[in-house]
Design a protein around this ligand. Sequence first.
Ligand SMILES: [Zn+2]
Length: 660
Amino acid sequence: MSVTDEIKERLDIVEVISGYVPLKKAGHNYQGLCPFHSEKTPSFVVFPDTQSWHCFGACGIGGDIFTFIQKRENLEFVEALKLLADRAGVELEAREGPQPAAERHLERLREIIASAAGYYHHLLINAGEAGIAREYLTRRGFPPDTWEAWQLGYALDSWDAAGSHLARAEYTVEEMADAGLIIQREDGTGHYDRFRGRLIIPIRDAQGRPIGFGARVLREEPGRPQPKYINSPQTVLFDKSNVLFGLDMARKAIRDADLAVLVEGYMDVLMSHQVGVSNVVAGMGTALTEQQLGQLKRYTRNITLALDPDAAGAHAALRGLQTARDTLDREWEPVVDPRGLVRQVSRLRAQLRIATLPDGMDPDELARADRVRWLQVISEAKPVVDYYLSVVSQQEDLTTAHGKAALIERMAPLVREVGNAIERQHYIQRLARLVQTDERLVTEAVQTTRMDDGRTGTPGRRNSTAQNGGAPESSPILAPRPAQALRLGRQNADFGLEEYILGQLLLRPDLLPSLDGELIGLTNTPLAAEDFATGENRAILAALQTAGAGLDQVLDALPGSLQDRSQGLADRIRRGPALTDDRLAKELGDAVLRLRERNLDQRMRRLQFVILESETAGDIARLQEYKTLMRSYAAQERHIEKLLHARTMTGSLSKDSGTL
Ligand SMILES: [Zn+2]
C-alpha cells in the first residue's frame, strides 16, 4: 500500500476536517460553514463514504483529505503529506523530502563530493604522478574521451593531499568525514585521506550527480596486499544498496532498448559504453537489491544479468531473481477456472534473463575484443526459468523420488509466474519430461503451489468505489466507449479515467499544451486541478504543468510515493496499444470530457442531497441558489454530452475513411 493510501485509510476525513470546521451530521453526510469563503448558512459538505468534501457555495470546489489540508494550511502537496503522515503515525521514507537542516547538510555533501571529483579528475589529466593511472587506462583500452565522459580521476599517493585541498576550499573536517573522503586516525590525532595512489571512478546518481567513489589500486606492493577496489563508505548520499553505477549515462539507452543489462564491475560498464552498448549498468555488490530494481523499473521491465559464469555468479543471479520476484509489480491476469469463475492470478511483470559469458571472459574483455559477440551474448540470454532449471536439476538427485519432488516443488512457483500461457505450458512439459511424470501432475503442482497472491474477484485495492476511481488494475483503454460510458458512468464504471489521462500525459508531457488548447476551445477551461478528485493526482498534474519536458523531469519533481504512482500509471499505459499522435490527442480529449461529465454527475447527485437538506430546513433563499446551481450543472453536462456525441460521430467517420 502506498503511503498516501495508508494515510487515507488511517485518518477519517470527518475527524480531520472537524478540527477546522464545526460539522453537523446531516443524513449520511456532514455539513458546516465553508472555511474558504464567508457564509452564514452551511454549504460545505463532507462525504464520509467517498472520504471527500465539496463546497456548493461561492467556491464550488472540493477534493480529498490532502487537498483540504493543502488549501486550509496553504501547503504544497509534500508538506500536506508530511503533516498528515505525522498525524496518522505513518512513517515517511527519507526521500519524501528531508528536513531543511538535513537538506542543507546534504547539499554541502553533494558540493564536497563534486568538488573532490573535479580535483581528482584534474590530477589524472595534469599530475606527473598520475602517469601510472593514464598508462593503466590506456593499456586497458580507454582513451581520454572516456576519462572525460566519466570524469575519471587520480588520488595522489599522499596521506593528506585531498584533505588539505578541500580544507582550502573551506570544507570542514566533519563534512569531509561525513562525505567519506577522510578517515579519523585510530589514536584520534587527526585524519588521513581515504583514497591514496588509486584510479578514481566517480559514482553518480541517476541524475548524474557524483555521490561517492570507487578506487582501483595501481601499484602492487610486495608483502602488502591491498584490496583491488575500495569504495566510498555508506554515507547519507551514498547508499550502496541503492546505487547502480552508470545509470545516469545508461538510462536513455535502457529506455530506448527496453532492456537493462546488469554487469559486475566498473570497467565492464565503461568498456561496454565505449563500444556503443550503453544500456549497461553495474550493481555495487553481487546481488541485485530491491532498491536497484525499483530504480530500473522506471526505465524497463526487461533485465538481463550478465554475470561471471562461476558459482558465485550463479548464486548471485538466483538471489537477484528472488529479489526481483519480491519487488517487481505483478500483473493481474483474469483466468477462468474449471467452474467458470474468473480468478485473478498474478504474473511477474518483468522479463529476467541470464546471459552466459564465454568461459573466463568478463564483459569488459568481451566488449573490447568483439562488440558483435557481446551484443550476441546479450541477445541470447536465457529466461531465468531455464537458467534456474539447469541449476536446480544439477542440485537435486533426479534418480530418487525425493529429488524429483524437490525439483517440482522448487520450480513450480517460478513456472506459475511465467506471464505467457504458452510459455508456461512449455515449462510444464519440460518439467514433466525431466522427472518422467504425467503432465497433469505438474500442472496441478504449478496451480496449487503455495502463493498468497491468487485472489478471487477484483484485484488491487480495497474500497474500489472510492472517489479516486479505485481499481487501478482495470484498464481504461478497455473502458467503455463514450456512448456506453454515458450510461455506465452513473454506475461509477468508468474507473481510472483520471489515471488514464495522467498516464498518457506522463509518457507524452509534450501533448499537454495542445490538449489544453483543445479543451479551452471546447469548454473554456484547460485541464485543471479541479478535474481530479485526489491530492495525489492533482500533485502529479501540477508536476506535469511545471516540469513537463519529459517523464524523468516530471518524476524528479515529485516526492517518492508519487514517483512510484506516476511510474505505475505510465507503465500501465505503455502496456496498452501504441496510438498515433492524432488518435492519442483525440482519446485524451475524449477522456477529459468523460471525466468532467462524470464529475458533474457526481456533483449533481451530491447537490441533490444538499437541496433536500435545505428543503427540510425551510431555507428558501438557499434552496433557490442550489436550484440555480443544479440547472447550471445540468447545462454543462448536456454541453459535454453533445461534444462527446459529436466526437464519436466524427471519430467513426474518420476511422472509416482511414481504412478505405
Ligand atoms: Zn466555499
